[in-house]
Design a protein around this ligand. Structure first.
Ligand code: DX5
Ligand code: ZN
Length: 216
């Protein structure tokens, strides 16, 4: 199966944002992955809505917004205003996850739930039928350019089994340390969507790097 590719803009050159967006628009990228960090849920701060407003205006590709923030439900309207396709919230940031998932759907977006490396797949048993997608973090969230955590392959396999057993239609997305080699392993394990930052934007030819991932 061909993977869907979601380049993570976190690794882009923000001094040349328009050029980076033109490259993505020309490329075979399926979605654009946008990492919002608050310095509380994760030990880093990235970019917020004033910047994402300009990003959204530069592309017609679906936006996959990954919120690494506490209380993500406070920002449903802001994410919706970007025209986002998917709103990704962390399992660890949402004590009332079921409610947040419904609110995202009611706002007209696709709800996705993200799990950190130390969160077991089994925690998703009671929400798996309600989500459009699960994002399995394959590094600890907060920074680009980290190395892939090998155990993630087992988690993707477990998640694929859970989806099959429950009749869920959820997609499996993976994020962190994804390159040609780990991407191939993740696809074999059952992933549908590959997020990649450094492997794309720091490649000599980012458009070719997207093509290479697309044709794994
Ligand atoms: C990490 C972010 C990722 C990051 C991935 O917290 O969620 O999307 O940009 O970067 P790479 O692909 O460089 O590991
Ligand atoms: Zn991300």
């Amino acid at each position: 199966m061909t993977p869907m590719i979601a380049p993570s803009l976190l690794a882009a050159d923000f001094a040349h944002l328009a050029g980076e967006m033109e490259m993505l628009n020309r490329s075979e990228a399926d979605w654009i992955h946008l990492d919002v960090m608050d310095g509380v849920f994760v030990p880093n701060i990235s970019f917020g809505f004033p910047i994402l407003k300009y990003v959204a205006a530069l592309t017609a590709k679906p936006l996959d917004v990954h919120l690494m923030i506490v209380q993500p439900e406070k920002f449903i309207a802001e994410v919706k205003a970007l025209g986002a396709h998917t709103m990704n919230v962390h399992y660890e940031a949402c004590p009332h996850l079921h409610r947040v998932v419904q609110q995202i759907r009611e706002a007209g977006m696709q709800p996705a739930v993200t799990i950190n490396p130390a969160t077991p797949v089994s925690m998703l048993t009671d929400i798996i039928r309600d989500v459009y997608m699960v994002l399995v973090m394959t590094v600890n969230p907060g920074f680009g350019g980290q190395s892939f955590i090998e155990h993630s392959l087992d988690k993707v396999r477990q998640l694929r089994r859970l989806i099959e057993q429950t009749g869920s239609k959820a997609l499996i997305e993976v994020d962190g340390g994804v390159n040609h080699e780990t991407g191939a392993l993740l696809m074999q394990a059952g992933a549908d969507v590959l997020v990649a930052g450094n492997a794309i934007f720091h490649a000599p030819d980012p458009e070719a790097a997207i093509h290479a991932l697309k044709t794994l």
